[in-house]
Design a protein around this ligand. Sequence first.
Ligand code: BG6
Ligand code: MG
Length: 213
Amino acid sequence: MIKGCIFDLDGVVVDTARYHFLAWNRLARQLGFEFTEDHNERLKGVSRMASLEILLEVGGLFPDDSEKPALAAQKNQWYLQYIEKMTPDEILPGVAQFISLLKSSGKKIALGTASKNASIILQQTGLLTVFDSIVDGNRVTNAKPDPEVFLLAAADLNLNPMECVVFEDAIAGIEAAHRGGMKCIGVGHPSTLLQADKVIPGFINADIHLIDF
Ligand code: BG6
Ligand code: MG
């Protein structure tokens, strides 16, 4: 039986993908090339430095490794300007209600995200006290598709991986959940999230039986 639910943050609980896109796009334009929304799809669930590598590859640029931290820091500075203005209205529809439903059914709730900015986003959206465990990019060394982030969340909840289900919008996140021995519910399009055990378009009217396996 599922006793714990682990939520990815970006694209599952809040729609921050557009802010990541605006900041990466601005960096690309500064470097002299165009970075499209299609390109941005490749960055979902991917860590900040790995995202920079993809962006540079798209632009056909190969700067020295020593220049990369400053580029990532510039992008993050612009991204922070967006997320520091976030409000509870930017919680994705139905997710807060679904988490309340899970909690009233006695389920434990964790956050499992690659983001190092999770605490600002949670604070701005009023979600800081909702989770029994928060595992973000500051607590792990191995990025998704490595299962470290979800295994740490399960351990925080005092549950076995097989007692947990992960909610993810990224292919790398689904692989991470499965490598950790957990079921995974994809949030998005079935055509993209082929490997998920189930796929939902979003959380509006999501039912508690969703986590029956
Ligand atoms: C993931 C996002 O949740 O976090 C990625 O899907 C992002 O797009 C990654 O690159 C790292 O986020 P941050 O906020 O630490 O740069
Ligand atoms: Mg995500």
